[in-house]
Design a protein around this ligand. Structure first.
Ligand code: C2O
Ligand code: CU
Ligand code: CU
Length: 530
């Protein structure tokens, strides 16, 4: 448990702002001669890479009906060397087929597919494993992998259970039925205890589901629809990835990673040639720990049309978008008022990407920004048959002197406590007792944010009593659509309403700050039959 004294200590730090952009445990930092200072690199000399769309290599029988044939893909995880910037030597990364981030899947709602994920990674990890973490003990193979499709309504055996990892030389075939609305999903490693390292090494990629509702809207498409997978990394002057470690070589885990190099589709300071017309930007935050606050300079309007699980009911116009790790945002921007100018996509003071707007369009801009998108009914609270109160906790002594994060003060391996019944709706109250904002993700389902409300954390710690200190704040329009990852802010109760649909079986829910997830802010849940 967290004592009242440590809580008071934390109050001071809370004053520093909503998100702590540093770690609580002393890190062995790079000496300044080894650490890359990105501001010294020439900006905007490399074009933004757009990951290629992967093609199937044949057809195979669906595990649901042998007579149904599904497109079959094979994706190989391997070590690659990739140019992050023109003036840096190639960086060692782990990617899928020939790239990191991996190739993009493009599919349609209801069109299932099969993927064989092949592990051809080397036998040794190049990032610092902490053997104290559950699932990463010294008797486990160093290199292990299992892939999860984030946001997918996927049967449990294909969902990437964290302990179903496989070693180099092995593979696993997963079935993604894709019976869900159009949305930008992503696939990534989910291996127990080393997930943060595998993703930091590069094991993630985008997965797009389309449907007829979206197509009728005539949104900008083709060359005018840009996928943007953004993440931060520490780089050394020799171009190599550095993952920070604690001061204790026997327990290198650090609670948070906020790095200084912002990569867009794997490039540092890329540029993108655009025309003075509307574009659709599909942005995802693939950072281990960093929250992005995205804007485009010269005050460009961002017309948000979608979030994690697809389209909003109507566009929301804003200047800045907050994106926690694993959250996605779908926005329309209009460069037509900025012909022959350069614009910057940035996060706070970090420059990420330069748009070079041409003097004129090559063809008329026929894409639209519709007034309404997808009808969306808000789920009423009366539909919930159960409310669960679940705490987000920090636990100081869990791993020797270092710190563990927990859900409901319960480690991963304890028996499953959340067992919702299929086709019922529940309210989950996420009671955040820590000083951090945590992006909480549930596998399998989509949900809606009900509200956020501040409460007296001291009283809750001392007596387990929930006393609110302010009124509930309903979901803002930008978060009023279907979500699969929700920011639970410090000292607040975040309430979500969740229809448990799709499949029975065991899944996981967790914090998507990857350092927290690995230690061990992750719990199973099981959808059971009625
Ligand atoms: Cu991005 Cu457990 O997922
Ligand atoms: Cu997921
Ligand atoms: Cu967390």
């Amino acid at each position: 448990m967290i004592t009242r004294r440590t809580f008071l200590e934390r109050l001071n730090r809370l004053a520093a702002g909503l998100f702590l952009q540093n770690s609580r445990i002393p890190k062995k930092l790079l000496t300044s001669s080894q650490a890359l200072d990105p501001s010294k690199l020439t900006h905007y000399v490399d074009p933004l890479p757009i990951p290629e769309v992967i093609r199937s290599i044949g057809q195979r029988s669906s595990p649901e009906h042998a007579s149904t044939k599904l497109p079959f893909y094979r994706v190989t995880m391997r070590e690659l060397h990739t140019k992050v910037h023109r003036d840096l030597p190639p960086t060692r990364v782990w990617g899928f087929n020939n790239s990191s981030p991996g190739p993009i899947f493009e599919t349609r709602s209801g069109e299932g597919l099969l993927v064989e994920w092949v592990n051809q990674l080397p036998n040794h990890h190049f990032l610092p494993i902490d053997h104290n973490l559950h699932g990463a003990e010294a008797d486990k193979p160093e290199v292990r992998s299992v892939i999860h499709l984030h946001g997918g309504r996927t049967p449990p055996e294909s969902d990437g259970w964290p302990e179903s990892w496989f070693v180099p030389g092995r593979s696993a075939i997963c079935h993604y039925p894709n019976r869900q609305d159009s949305a930008l999903l992503f696939y990534h490693d989910h291996t127990m205890g080393i997930n943060r390292l595998n993703i930091y090494a590069g094991l993630q990629g985008l997965f797009i589901i389309r449907d007829a509702v979206e197509e009728k809207l005539n949104l900008p498409k083709g060359a005018y629809e840009i996928p943007l997978l953004l993440y931060d990394r520490f780089l050394r002057t020799d171009g190599q990835l550095e993952y920070p470690v604690s001061a204790n070589p026997k327990a290198p885990w650090v609670p948070e990673v906020y790095s200084n190099c912002m990569l867009a589709n794997g490039k540092l300071f890329p540029y993108l040639d655009v025309e003075p017309r509307k574009y659709r930007l599909r942005i995802m935050n693939g950072s281990n720990g960093r929250f992005f606050r995205i804007s485009i300079d010269k005050g460009l309007d961002l017309h948000q049309i979608g979030s994690d699980q697809g389209l909003l009911s109507a566009p929301v116009t804003t200047k800045r978008v907050l994106l926690a790790p694993a959250e996605r945002v779908d926005i329309i921007v209009d460069f037509s008022g900025h012909a022959a100018e350069d614009l910057l996509l940035q996060s706070d003071s970090f420059e990420i990407l330069q748009f070079r707007v041409a003097a004129k369009t090559t063809s008329p801009d026929t894409g639209t920004l519709p007034q309404s998108l997808r009808p969306l009914s808000r789920i009423s609270e009366s539909q919930a048959i159960k409310t669960r109160r679940l705490t987000l906790d920090e636990n100081k002594d869990m791993v020797q002197a270092s710190m563990g994060m927990l859900l409901n003060n319960t480690p991963w391996h304890m028996p499953t406590t959340e067992m919702p019944v299929i086709n019922t709706t529940e309210i989950w109250e996420l009671v955040n007792l820590t000083e951090d904002a945590h992006p909480i993700h549930l596998h399998l389902v989509r949900f809606q944010l009900l509200d956020r409300r501040s409460f007296d954390t001291f009283l809750y710690q001392d007596k387990g009593e929930l006393r609110f200190t302010g009124p509930p704040r309903p979901a803002p329009p930008t978060e009023a659509g279907w979500k699969d990852t929700i920011r639970a802010d410090s000292g607040e109760v975040t309430r979500i309403i969740v229809p448990f649909e799709g499949y029975t079986g065991r899944y996981v829910w967790h914090c998507h700050l990857l350092e927290h997830e690995d230690n061990e802010m992750m719990r199973p849940f099981e959808v059971v039959s009625a």
